[in-house]
Write a protein that binds this ligand. Structure first.
Ligand code: SF4
Length: 444
């Protein structure tokens, strides 16, 4: 059986699609890169923004036409478009064979006539890496229920994987040439809280590292547990929730040489009124405390944030405070999006989406201008420095990869994919650094 997986959305969806592909491969299926050529098409969807949902609906229309032209095809929809009850989706798309919630892979195999045998099939199924970097989900779901967000309804409550299972997956990747892993979670610092003290990696491990078996593990413990895996060079982590960040986790980042000092901590807004309407669970002062706690411990850390503009009732003055915050904290990168109401969320039910579309667009552009100026200034500070770059690809005669801070670097000279190249930076823009590899690149 040939399968085709279409994926949209965040890194968690990318990781889910890769795991599903590994399961289908293990069951004897073959991947194809065209839906028209497949016996099973899986759409891995995102519901965080209307645009992502519209793209999935467009794909469904194309699949329906394929079916109508006589193509024998199983259609599966998975990911964040699928809630606990999928009645409405079934009504709207009756030609879809199965709707599966995120990480609920078994129904997709069943509709393809494959028995996964249950038990250990999925926990021991890991994606085959095709790059020197890999995403490793460590906690699924989210308990925070920010008013604008659909994720907790679709991905469920926070549920951590065990350290033992995560270690196996990282060992699997590193045994196949992966040099960098990204520990993934919607709120990655919540990792371990639901595991309880008894689910640690074992008393020997605790004793060796002075960790306490009497408390549940946290993200710092997980970083320490995977740190010494052979072949692993770098560890990243995504995405942080400001209130879940603890000094112990920051200590782990500071102390462990393989953990990259790159924090992605979404602030979403720079005004307490907006933060309260979003129910983000922190005040601006608390966010700034977290930011400063990181910077005090790791001054060189690169700080990245997310901002939503045009949230319900956001006034010019409230938006101006977001801009002031960006000027004050000077993030290395800002991901900005205009608020888009999602049916089923608290904001959709209780707050008016009353900021006009053109005002939202102006605010997006205003944030982008601030970001471009500040990122360019920060990156200019790296001119003439030497950066270690994990080489990920070669395009148009240049190598590309990221430095420890997560910045994109394009460069010439001697290197190879999967190597860590030492690069002298000769040019810097807001979006990337450019330079040349120094002769003494570290072999893979
Ligand atoms: S922390 Fe808030 S925005 Fe992030 S996934 Fe959870 S509910 Fe959504």
């Amino acid at each position: 059986m040939k399968y085709y997986i279409w994926t949209v959305g965040c890194q968690m969806n990318v990781a889910d699609s890769r795991k599903l592909a590994a399961g289908l491969d293990r069951a004897g299926c073959t991947a194809t890169d065209a839906a028209a050529d497949a016996d099973l098409v899986v759409l891995n969807t995102c519901a965080v923004r209307a645009h992502a949902e519209d793209r999935a609906i467009g794909q469904l229309g194309r699949l329906k036409r394929l079916r109508e032209r006589g193509k024998d095809l199983r259609i599966a929809v998975m990911g964040c478009m699928v809630g606990a009850r999928s009645d409405d989706l079934r009504r709207r798309f009756p030609y879809v064979d199965v709707f599966a919630r995120p990480q609920d892979f078994a129904p997709i195999l069943r509709v393809a006539g494959i028995d996964d045998g249950g038990g250990e099939f999925w926990p021991s199924t890991f994606a085959e890496p095709d790059a020197p970097t890999a995403f490793v989900p460590v906690i699924h779901g989210c308990d925070k229920f920010c008013t604008y967000c659909i994720v907790p309804y679709r991905r469920g409550r926070e549920k951590s994987r065990t350290i033992a299972e995560i270690k196996l997956e990282v060992e699997h990747y590193c045994g196949r040439g992966v040099k960098e892993i990204t520990l993934l979670g919607q709120t990655v610092e919540a990792f371990g809280r639901d595991l309880g003290a008894g689910r640690f990696v074992g008393a020997d491990w605790c004793e060796e590292r002075g960790a306490s078996a009497a408390r549940p593990p946290d993200l710092g413990d997980l970083m320490r547990a995977v740190h010494d895996i052979d072949g692993l060079e770098r560890i990243r982590f995504l995405t942080s929730y400001p209130k879940d960040m603890t000094p112990r986790i920051i200590d782990a980042v500071a102390e462990l040489p393989k953990v990259c000092e790159n924090f992605n901590i979404p602030v979403q807004a720079g005004d307490d009124g907006v933060l309260a309407r979003m129910r983000r669970g922190y005040t601006l002062a608390e966010y700034i405390d977290t930011f400063e706690m990181v910077k005090a411990r790791i001054p060189a850390a690169a700080m990245v944030t997310d901002v939503i503009v045009g949230f319900c009732g956001e006034t010019d003055a409230e938006f101006a405070r977001t801009c002031e915050l960006l000027e004050r904290l000077r993030f290395d990168k800002v991901h900005v999006a205009a608020y888009s109401p999602r049916p089923g969320t608290i904001a959709h039910r209780t707050l008016a989406d009353d900021v006009p579309a053109e005002v939202k667009q102006e605010r997006v552009q205003a944030v982008e201008r601030i970001e471009a100026r500040i990122s360019a200034e920060i990156n200019a500070g790296l001119l003439d420095s030497e950066q270690d770059v994990l080489v990920e690809q070669r395009r148009e005669g240049r190598w590309s990869g990221r430095n420890r801070l997560g910045k994109l670097v394009h460069f010439g000279g001697e290197a190879g994919i999967g190597q860590i190249a030492r690069v002298r930076i000769e040019r810097a823009t807001a979006w990337s650094l450019q330079g040349r590899a120094l002769p003494a690149s570290v072999p893979a």
